[in-house]
Design a protein around this ligand. Sequence first.
Ligand code: GFB
Length: 312
Amino acid sequence: MSQKIFVAGHRGMVGSAILRRFAERDDLQMITRPRSELDLCDQAAAGEFFKAERPDAVIFAAAKVGGIHANATYPADFAYDNVMMAANAIHAAYESGVHRFLFLGSTCIYPRMAPQPIEEDSLLTSPLEQTNEAYALAKIMGLKLCQYYRQQHGVLFHSAMPTNLYGPGDNYHPDNSHVIPGLIRRFDAAAKENAESVTVWGSGKPRREFLHVDDLAAAIDHLLQLSDPPDWVNVGTGVDLTIAELAQKIAQATGFEGEIVQDASKPDGTPVKCTDISRIRDTGWQPMIELNEGITQTVADYRERSQSGAVR
Ligand code: GFB
């Protein structure tokens, strides 16, 4: 008999990668609902959906996400939407008899000055980064709810904390996106117009680690097969670079040959963020997509989507 898996947030970059990953599996029946049909912020609607569908497992990729600017500008929305969706889905899933729930968070749950590379155990050891505190607190509540339901009720609810993600189907909004899609859009336009310069936010000095979303989908597949997964586990590459180095790579991938200018009036956010991935490596998973290859593929995907009008 096939397993019924509900993918919450299937239209986002992560949800789409999960559906691509599981597309060929005939032992799994994937269930999805667009937000217009199921608003997980609505407790009653979440309860009714789970009672009617009774999935065996849930992959929770639903989230209000955005880059540094969006997080810092709309903290109320990021906190409220993310905490409500997580709490309603986790509780309704438990009540309807879901036996396995994989909650997805983010490495911004860790303290701003966490020792690098960041180990899972550094959670809640010192203050968070201000620019994304609201989102981080909501994600911490989600992972803690899974841990508490597992501890109190014996259900297999657990979490994965991916590092900064990129890949096909990202949000390319000029202000609200993350750095990779934001820069791909800007460098691509500059390359086409033969512009003299491109502006990159901040000092260029912060260090970040980037994981291709297809690697995350593989990690999710892997984690769902573990009989006793960790309560939460980092999913990353363990390799970081500066934003200035990243900008060089994107310039190269888009064919932009002009000057790169840093705009120091924009926030840098966390100074360094690179995860320790020994815990997930020890269970038998490792990333496969190297950053240069991933960026080249993502630039091609962006160009295809923008030509077909799929990028707003
Ligand atoms: O990707 P990003 O917004 O994520 O920014 P965070 C990373 C770094 O890139 C920051 C710089 O230092 C930015 O100042 N940057 C340079 C740019 N140019 C750009 C640009 O055009 N757009 C953007 N967005 N950044 C987010 C959190 O933090 O990471 C979220 O706010 C989430 O909560 C996500 O956890 C993974 O790493 O700073």
